[in-house]
Design a protein around this ligand. Structure first.
Ligand code: ADP
Ligand code: MG
Length: 230
């Protein structure tokens, strides 16, 4: 039996706007197996980023049920959701989201320290080495290239060994070859650590490298196909 690490049941999200309520997610049913790589594709505005925020416990659905890593997120309060994210989820965004006043090492280590890890700095250094940045530990984000900043963000996202890595167009701000390096690193981590990967991308070839390709359209899943993983 395949264990699902994420299960969504009839998840909907409606948000207010000037033009009235917007139905951003409309009845999403989705199960992601532990250790799977799932590619999430769809036109701009189809709800991909919103779905990722819901998966991360950063956005509460208006209806339906969501469970992840064995926890029913629907009933959790803010503190419990924050703990859930800290313990189970890593996220990488298109725009890196590093803290500009912290060095690369601190960006990775401080969240680990908050999570109570005594070896936060050793662990951060090891993760930064893994992504090829052992020579950039004391650099600030502003002193790093885009690709290097995304490596720091990736090291930070996986340093706590999350079961699920969520990535929202992680190469959207990078040139092609730098972007490919980040993608290779992500698939490597997915393979080495068995991390479940949910990857939003516009790149069909990249999505096809995942075990499954999930297509979103107007807030609904329009199809799910098998990918062609390497
Ligand atoms: P995608 O990532 O697929 O481009 P998004 O999830 O960002 O799509 O957005 C889906 C739809 O929801 C878009 O029409 C967007 O304008 C709308 N939307 C996103 N966030 C909000 C918000 N906070 N309030 C109102 N509408 C939103
Ligand atoms: Mg988006």
């Amino acid at each position: 039996m395949i264990e699902n690490i994420i299960e969504l049941e009839n998840v909907s999200l409606t948000l207010p706007s000037d033009a009235g309520p917007v139905n951003i997610l409309r009845g999403i049913d989705l199960a992601v197996a532990r250790g799977e790589a799932a590619g999430l594709v769809g036109p701009s505005g189809s709800g991909k980023s919103t779905l990722l925020m819901v998966l991360a416990g950063l956005e509460r659905p208006s209806g339906g049920r969501i469970s992840a890593a064995g926890e029913d997120l629907t009933g959790l309060g803010e503190d419990a959701l924050a703990r859930f994210r800290r313990d189970h989820i890593g996220i990488v965004f298109q725009s890196f989201h590093l803290v500009p006043t912290m060095t690369a090492l601190e960006n990775v280590a401080i969240p680990l320290e908050f999570a109570g890890r005594a070896d936060a700095f050793e662990r951060a250094e090891a993760e930064l080495s893994r992504v090829g940045l052992s020579h950039r530990l004391s650099h600030y984000p502003g002193q790093l290239s885009g690709g290097e900043q995304q490596r720091v963000a990736l090291a930070r996202a996986v340093a706590g060994n999350p079961e699920v890595l969520l990535a929202d167009e992680p190469t959207g701000n990078l040139d092609q070859s730098t972007g490919s390096e980040i993608i290779e690193l992500m698939f490597e981590l997915h393979a080495q650590k068995g991390t479940t990967l949910v990857l939003i991308t516009h790149d069909e070839a990249l999505a096809a490298r995942c075990d499954r390709v999930i297509r979103l359209k107007d807030g609904r899943i329009s199809s799910i196909e098998a990918g062609v993983p390497a």
